[in-house]
Design a protein around this ligand. Structure first.
Ligand code: SAH
Ligand code: DHB
Ligand code: MG
Length: 230
């Protein structure tokens, strides 16, 4: 056996272990019910990209929402409503979940998914470019949690809005902040540049305590989690 094939089998073994851990945590702590499964199926059938968060990420969002006793949550980037279901379900009956989506087809799928998942009483989809919709939200602030998961190049602008809209003790979470480690390099596409700047700001902003966490299915991407200091 060559060194090359030894190394390959080692890597395959590591991937298998990671998969087993992911599966085990998902089954024990973040199982998907029919509502979540419906959202996934409907989005796939409609040809949407399968770029929703993982169940473990959904459960982490719920944990953070519960930790700050969230009554008002804002999301930027709805897709088919998968992450929205996790977030809206973390709210009490009188809670509000607002999600911003530029694509009307995505917005309709998300609305339908919210109805099927039983959260349409507290979940609202607003259609438009996030940067156009965010100024209108100031009158509805403060939010307890803001989840950023739309186009990547405006992430620094989304952070500015999140900082205006989130109360002390609340959380600002952003998806896709690792990008296989490309965010730690100098070069990159527009999206990577946006996310790199986002990370730079949350790492040093005195109003925040922040951490990047690799937590997608192969640990190549993940959440940037920030708590707004009290
Ligand atoms: N949060 C979702 C995934 C979002 S994917 C989930 O985990 O289930 C990103 C979404 O952001 C897409 O639906 C895309 O149409 C939307 N989007 C992209 N640019 C946008 C913009 N400028 N304003 C609002 N939504 C945008
Ligand atoms: C992309 C966007 C996402 O929000 C995501 O979770 C994965 C990929 C993308 O635009 O490629
Ligand atoms: Mg994402």
């Amino acid at each position: 056996m060559t060194n090359h094939s030894n190394e390959l089998s080692f890597l395959q073994q590591q991937a298998k272990i990671r998969h087993k851990i992911e599966e085990g945590i998902t089954q024990q702590f973040a199982p998907e019910d029919e509502g979540l499964q419906y959202a996934l199926t409907a989005a796939r059938r409609a040809g949407l990209p399968q770029i929703q968060i993982s169940p473990i990420q959904g459960k982490l969002l719920q944990l953070l929402a519960t930790a700050c006793d969230a009554h008002k949550i804002l999301e930027i980037g709805s897709l088919g409503g998968y992450s929205g279901i996790w977030l809206a379900r973390a709210l009490p009956a009188n809670g509000r979940f607002i999600t911003l989506e530029i694509n009307p087809t995505h917005a309709n799928l998300a609305r339908n998914a919210f109805t099927k998942a039983g959260v349409s009483d507290r979940a609202e989809v607003r259609v438009g470019k996030a940067l156009d919709l965010l100024p209108q939200l100031e009158s509805e602030a403060p939010f307890d949690l803001v989840f950023i998961d739309a186009d990547k190049s405006p992430y620094p602008q989304y952070l500015e809005w999140a900082l205006r809209l989130t109360r002390p003790g609340g959380f600002i979470v952003a998806d896709n902040c690792i990008r296989s480690g490309r965010v730690f390099e100098e070069s990159g596409d527009e999206g990577e540049i946006g996310v790199r700047e986002y990370n730079k700001r949350i790492a040093s902003d005195p109003r925040l305590t922040s951490l990047l966490m690799a937590m997608d299915d192969d640990y190549t991407d993940g959440f940037a989690i920030s708590v707004v200091k009290r």
